[in-house]
Design a protein. Structure first.
Ligand SMILES: [Fe+2]
Length: 282
């Protein structure tokens, strides 16, 4: 049986058949792109844990240039979660960087993110996309290009047209990423359709994530990975390259309500003009 890869809600019978073809494995639903109040989202770690436990949801908490929430979730070990971060680069592209253990995520953060943080901007940093990707590769990460055709600098179209990058920049990025975010719950449908069309032209695995900034939309889309329910990050990390995946549609209206929350958080971050919160020293 061919693994389901459509963007429609999973059919129970299909998923059952898929699970049975892989004896000894189970399908686990994963939202691979979420935010907390450690960056520009609303939910606290406590509330994220309660929601994930209640709905048997696995996540990667991928805060913007920030790892405290993701490391904390792994240390507390109550839910199935994969250490991760969303790195915003100087060109404007954003990468979802996943690791098999929180210690590796901390090492990566210290080396490739923290030295390049901007004091007033949460999402952007001074790290170049190529450096971000090469360090990630060197340190054993799995990297997915987030929302590849989102608004402005986040889009590959923008980067292709930009005079600030070389004419081979996009190809150099694509060469270095492990996967592309096929479906993102925070962008309009046509943006996701562009991502799907783009993926047909390259041979890369996919990821799917809600990009939730509030609890209600956590798990509104995601992938089914062949993994037994587990809180072991290394086990979860090992399933990322498996391709039996399926995503579900994001509930309508979630983007509209989320935008003002994000804008307010970014404005407050800018006005505080504090140094970006630093990760604790070893
Ligand atoms: Fe995001």
């Amino acid at each position: 049986m061919t693994p389901p890869t459509s963007l429609q809600p999973a059919d129970e019978a299909d998923l059952q058949a898929l699970a049975e073809t892989k004896s000894g494995t189970e399908l686990q639903f994963f939202d691979l792109h979420t935010h907390s109040n450690f960056s520009d989202g609303l939910p606290s770690i406590d509330r994220i844990e309660d929601r994930c436990l209640r709905d048997q949801l696995s996540i990667s908490l991928t805060d913007h240039n920030e790892i405290r929430g993701s490391v904390l979730l792994n240390e507390r070990d109550r839910i199935s979660c994969l250490p991760g971060i969303e790195v915003g680069t100087k060109e404007g592209l954003e990468f979802l960087v996943y690791f098999g253990c929180p210690g590796q995520l901390e090492d990566y953060y210290r080396r490739a993110v923290e030295p390049f943080l901007l004091s007033r901007f949460m999402v952007r940093s001074k790290v170049s996309s190529i450096d971000c990707l090469e360090t990630a590769k060197e340190m054993g990460a799995f990297v997915s290009l987030a929302h590849p055709f989102a608004f402005g600098r986040k889009s590959l179209d923008f980067q292709r047209a930009s005079r600030k990058t070389t004419h081979t920049f996009v190809e150099e990025v694509v060469e270095r990423i492990d996967a592309v975010e096929l479906y993102n719950g925070g962008v309009p449908p046509k943006v996701n359709r562009r991502a799907a069309a783009f993926l047909e032209s390259i041979d890369k695995p996919i990821t799917v994530g809600s990009d939730s900034h509030r609890l209600r939309t956590y798990g509104s889309c995601g992938v089914y990975l062949n993994a037994k329910p587990s809180t072991d990050a290394a086990t979860l990390f090992g399933t990322l390259n498996n391709q039996p995946v399926h995503s579900t549609e994001t509930k309508a209206g979630s983007v509209t309500l989320t935008v003002p929350i994000i804008m307010l958080n970014h404005t407050l971050f800018f006005m505080r003009s504090n140094k970006h919160p630093r990760w604790r020293p070893k």
